[in-house]
Ligand binder design. Structure first.
Ligand SMILES: [Zn+2]
Length: 400
């Protein structure tokens, strides 16, 4: 038995009064985030001093006593603190060179606030502090375990959601002794080195076409016009639908792969992206590919399985998996190629997945072909963790 954090996302239907209070929570959390982002920047410029979470939290307590900011008292104070923690995390990630400098939060982005404590479901309704009545929730699946915290959000399409994170006792999948390499791409979601192919699903393709169409319609509308606004919200709705269909499918596939295999070798996404172009569908597939890899990693972690990432540039498509000959003139269009050295006919993605598996297993056994520090360090990691230095064990994420 293993204790894991699992998140469940549900649609909620707040009444008008609740919508108003939710909006005030969004606004206040955004205000706190932006105010202390400025304060951190200015303090650093003026005094060369870095403020941390506690400095900000203490200042916030004082600020709330100021009559000008008395409205902050209507907001769950823990949600405000959680906004400060987010700021702190963004700063730390920036200093660890994992992300860009924190950006100001805008009211035009997806809105959210976190309720770190005292969340429960009672009489089929979501109960959170500061809200007198429970919020209508569409519990389309059962929640197991102890409720830890919740994040309420409003999508750009104007829909309200809650993501509830729980502590769950999880029975890890059985060991299978199977090792696999995965090549991911545009045509298929994933090609496995044992020959299994996960295609991109049809409903997704139809909706992606729709997405492109709505996108084109938007570009025809005059800027600032009402019809443009309408079209924007239409586009957001289709986008949300595509995202949801895709996410469900990614969950299904990633769970199946983790169930069937003990060692899963994948390519580092940053490297993969370097080789791609940037059309709409493409950008979309990049984003969901990131989500797919994240799912594989945390599900591996839940189930004591291993994900190995090939960090360094490695010509997985261009190397013959039979004799290691490297073909020079392979373009993205070539789905099949014949090795000039051993005459093996290769399916591009399948060949790549075999190479990824081979390379991953080399890294795993400590025989990596280069002296990359990341890969050296990875040897010390126990099973079930991702084998790159950037990857921190991911203990929770949406769905199962
Ligand atoms: Zn060959």
């Amino acid at each position: 038995m293993k204790v894991i954090h699992k998140s469940y996302k549900f649609k909620i239907a707040p009444d008008n009064e609740q919508k108003e209070l939710i909006a005030r929570h969004f606004g206040a959390c955004r205000f706190v985030f932006n105010r202390y982002l400025i304060s951190r920047k200015e303090t650093y410029l003026k005094e060369k001093k870095s403020l941390n979470y506690y400095d900000n939290a203490n200042d916030l307590t004082v600020l709330k006593k100021d009559e000008q900011f008395v409205w902050l008292k209507e907001i769950n104070s823990q949600s405000l603190q959680s906004s400060l923690r987010n700021l702190d995390t963004s700063y730390n990630k920036f200093f660890r060179k994992q992300t860009k400098f924190p950006r100001f939060k805008s009211k035009f982005d997806r809105q959210s606030f976190t309720v770190p404590q005292s969340v429960c479901i009672e009489d089929g309704k979501l109960q959170i502090p500061k809200f007198k009545k429970g919020i209508e929730i569409n519990l389309h699946r059962e929640i197991d375990g102890k409720l830890l915290f919740a994040t309420l959000s409003k999508s750009t399409a104007g829909k309200y959601y809650v993501s509830i994170t729980c502590e769950v006792e999880h029975i890890p999948f059985e060991k299978t002794n199977s090792k696999i390499g995965i090549d991911t791409g545009i045509k298929d979601l994933a090609v496995l080195s044992d020959g299994k192919v996960y295609e991109n699903i049809k409903t997704l393709k139809t909706n992606l076409k729709k997405l492109k169409y709505e996108q084109r319609q938007l570009s025809k509308k005059t800027k600032g016009s009402n019809s443009r606004l309408k079209q924007k919200s239409k586009l957001a709705t289709v986008h949300e639908k595509v995202t949801n269909i895709r996410k469900d499918y990614l969950h299904k596939v990633s769970t199946e792969i983790i169930k069937n295999h003990d060692v899963i070798c994948i390519e580092d996404l940053a490297v993969k992206n370097m080789m791609k172009n940037h059309k709409l569908a493409q950008a979309f597939s990049d984003v969901s590919l990131g989500a797919f890899y994240t799912m594989l990693e945390y599900k591996a972690n839940w189930n004591n399985k291993t994900v190995v990432k090939i960090d360094r540039f490695f010509p997985s498509s261009k190397t013959c998996s039979n004799c290691n000959y490297i073909i020079q003139d392979l373009t993205l269009k070539d789905r099949e190629w014949t090795c000039q050295s051993c005459n093996t006919v290769h399916n591009r993605d399948f060949n790549a997945s075999i190479n990824i598996e081979k390379q991953g297993l080399k890294i795993l056994s400590g025989l990596g072909t280069n002296s990359d520090i990341k890969q050296k360090r990875s040897k010390a990691l126990p099973l079930g963790e991702s084998l790159t230095s950037e990857a921190t064990p991911i203990s929770f994420a949406v769905g199962g």
